[in-house]
Write a new protein. Structure first.
Length: 307
């Protein structure tokens, strides 16, 4: 934990001039995490996981496996990467489990210092509890394949969620005495539809904002590959091998909490768009978080499905 927090602190130190933070992922972020994980899985493990998820009885999941003439290896990788977004695709359906995506730890700023606050309200089913439960389920090879397929897809998604700092933190202020719901209550600039952006939503698209798609990156595959390579180059796996902490899901969440405590610099103002410097430094933090999430996801999957 100290090593990871030290790494985060060092990254934040780079931002003394350009301030930043690190928070949630949208489809791009989740798919980058999954692609990094894919890159660090052995081929037999990849095939085992894809074959299992393809046996799901959930049509929204199996529909992500393209049925076209491209090489099977390409479609397997694409299916794995796209499956990381399945838990968001089922939002609003009977399969949706909204409390599974986060677990807030509460904190406040007191004289410029971040101070922990006792839990105000915590859902029993949360990202930490669910990751632990999924670990137990996936270790039981005797469970029905469709059940294991569904929870594998949940694992691909929640491994990303727990590394999103605002999925693990809620700041308490006089305006939000029960916490700001992971930045959802921290309103920013107006959108064209007249509604306001918020800090959590701003971070949902952080990778897209910090590393915009190039004119020659018409396909999402090329764009995701560039971002995954950037994350792996900036944060090679061998530099993080000692901080993987497999199965220590609360530790993973508390690392996100530590990063979230730096997400509210004085230059970040309510009802205003974050300045460019905020986005620049936030992009660096986002790369660190998705890289670590990808390495941890790969190691966890090898432990469950590797031979």
């Amino acid at each position: 934990m100290r090593a990871v927090v030290a790494t985060l602190s060092a990254l934040w130190a780079l931002a003394v001039a350009p301030v930043g933070s690190a928070l949630a992922w949208n489809d791009t972020g989740h798919q980058v995490v999954a692609l990094i994980a894919w890159d660090h899985l052995r081929e037999p493990t990849r095939q085992t996981i894809v074959a299992l998820m393809a046996r799901s009885t959930n049509e929204r999941l199996t529909a992500l496996f393209a049925q076209d003439s491209r090489p099977l290896a390409v479609r397997r990788r694409e299916f794995f990467v796209r499956a990381s977004t399945w838990a968001d695709l089922i939002r609003g359906t009977e399969d949706d489990r909204p409390t599974w995506h986060h677990r807030s730890f509460f904190w406040k700023q007191d004289n410029g210092q971040a101070v922990d606050v006792p839990d105000i309200e915590v859902n029993e089913r949360n990202v930490i509890e669910r990751l632990a439960a999924i670990e137990g389920i996936l270790r039981e090879a005797s469970r029905p394949a469709p059940e294991r397929a569904m929870f594998t897809a949940w694992l691909l998604h929640l491994a990303g969620d727990v590394h999103q700092p605002l999925h693990a933190a809620s700041r308490v202020t006089p305006e939000e005495p029960r916490g700001d719901r992971g930045g959802n209550s921290f309103l920013l600039d107006l959108r064209p539809d007249g509604e306001r952006n918020n800090l959590h939503g701003y971070w949902d698209g952080m990778l897209d904002k910090a590393f915009p798609r190039g004119p020659q990156e018409g396909s999402s595959g090329a764009y995701l590959r560039r971002l995954a390579n950037a994350a792996k180059t900036a944060h090679p796996r061998n530099t993080m091998a000692t901080v993987l902490k497999l199965g220590k899901f609360e530790d993973w969440a508390r690392e996100s909490l530590a990063a979230a405590k730096n997400a509210y610099p004085s230059l970040l103002e309510r009802n205003q768009a974050p300045p460019p410097s905020y986005r620049i430094t936030s992009g660096k933090i986002a790369l660190q978080r998705v890289a670590l999430a990808g390495y941890r996801l790969a190691a966890t999957l090898e432990e469950f499905f590797g031979q």
